[in-house]
Design a protein around this ligand. Structure first.
Ligand SMILES: O=C(O)C(=O)C[C@H](O)[C@H](O)COP(=O)(O)O
Length: 213
């Protein structure tokens, strides 16, 4: 997959809803009801972080939920890319970027939202043909004012900022011309998952769905 095709796909899925839920699954049995609640609430694009032993099983289960588009987050190595692809992930997300990770995603045909924190990293991606990236960790790196400043010299790069974003701060990001959507974990609070409160997850998803810039 070429970087241009990967970015076209990323642009498409980032346009489906204002928020991509960032999910940490401890119990793979939660994956299906969780994905159903998020999709029913209007958030079809889901990022399952590869931070728990249950993550790959969760991706496998979520990939079967109708209407959902499941990606794997926390991709750090080519081995992570292979495992994510084999589990049925439709896209990948990484906190940062390396040449070997980009190459693995291109070889495995896994569209990647690569993590960037600086203009130089964005320029590296642009040079390679990517025009969509994650901005991480968004709040700690200056938040919306940083991205607003990036839109001056590199307006062709579009972002999914993630990291420390809340329902209160999301709209400020979404109002920027270079932001396609935001990532956030608040709709999948660990307490709600532990208590299996899928109705509350759906309600939070519905609220997130209505966020606008
Ligand atoms: O695991 C990864 O690949 C990450 O990049 C980390 C996530 O983007 C943040 O954990 C988002 O979580 P919140 O800041 O709670 O919204």
């Amino acid at each position: 997959m070429t970087p241009e095709d990967a970015s076209a796909y990323a642009r498409e899925i980032c346009g489906l809803a204002p928020v991509i839920p960032v999910i940490v699954v401890k119990d793979a049995g939660h994956a299906r009801p969780l994905a159903k609640a998020l999709v029913a609430g209007g958030l079809p694009v889901l990022e399952v972080t590869l931070r728990t032993p249950a993550a790959l099983d969760a991706i496998r289960a979520m990939a079967e939920v109708e209407g959902g588009i499941v990606g794997a987050g926390t991709l750090l190595t080519p081995a992570d890319v292979k495992a994510a692809k084999a589990a049925g992930a439709n896209f990948g997300v990484s906190p940062g970027l390396t040449d070997s990770l980009l190459k693995a995603c291109e070889d495995e045909e896994l569209p990647l939202l690569a993590g960037t924190a600086t203009v130089s990293e964005a320029m590296r991606l642009l040079e390679r043909g990517y025009s969509v990236a994650k901005f991480f960790p968004a709040e700690a790196n200056g938040g919306a004012p940083s991205l607003k400043a990036y839109a001056g010299p590199i307006p062709q790069m579009h972002y999914c900022p993630t990291g420390g974003i809340t329902p209160r701060t999301a709209s400020t990001y979404l109002a920027l011309p270079n932001v396609l959507c935001v990532g956030g974990s608040w709709v999948c609070d660990p307490g709600l998952l532990a208590d299996e409160r899928w109705d509350e997850v759906e309600r939070l998803a519905r609220e997130a769905r209505e966020l606008r810039g």
